[in-house]
Ligand binder design. Structure first.
Ligand code: THU
Length: 164
């Protein structure tokens, strides 16, 4: 028997003012798009914006449903849109923000993608052979940058495991 250890590093910024202009711009777009999320059940609106290798920016929001499990997270809604609009174009960066309407104040702490979205991000990275940098933040305050989304899913299950 031996033990293995998993570690990864990420960056924490005091606010979006400390980001590179392109990152600050993408985060601003993710924050803005929280306003058009469809989240009548959770009142938790998530916005995501992706900068593609071809320079395009595509946005996504969570889309809920009266049959709750039918709803989809902003990140996977965005990945589906990108996979359809720009198949096989790498995603350089994805910014994710949210507004929790259950609270009276603006969100000030980053959230990170749920497990299902981590799996979907991993598949996209594998498909285009390029990592996705994540920018995570509320509507204001601290910003976390994860250099590649696969770092959030160690010991992951991949397509190669299905091969004969
Ligand atoms: N949600 C996202 O869109 N992204 C996340 O990273 C976490 C959760 C959505 C799903 C659901 O519509 C609402 O937020 C509450 O879970």
């Amino acid at each position: 028997m031996h033990k293995e250890e998993y570690r990864f590093s990420f960056e924490v910024y005091h606010s979006s003012n400390d980001l590179l202009p392109a990152d600050a711009n993408l985060l601003e777009q993710a924050r803005a798009v929280t306003n058009i999320a469809y989240a009548p059940y959770s009142h938790f609106s998530v916005g995501a914006a992706a900068l593609l290798a071809n320079g395009e920016i595509v946005k996504g929001t969570n889309q809920e449903n009266a049959s709750y499990p039918v709803g989809i997270c902003a990140e996977r809604a965005l990945l589906s849109a990108i996979g359809t609009l720009y198949p096989n174009i790498p995603i350089q960066t994805m910014a994710i923000s949210y507004h929790n309407f259950n609270q009276n104040t603006n969100s000030t702490h980053p959230i990170s993608p749920c497990g299902m979205c981590r799996q979907a991000l991993l598949e996209y990275e594998g498909r285009v052979q390029q990592p996705v940098k994540l920018i995570l933040s509320g509507l204001e305050g601290e910003v976390v940058i994860v250099p590649q989304s696969n770092l959030l899913l160690p010991l992951s299950f991949k397509g190669e495991h299905l091969k004969k």
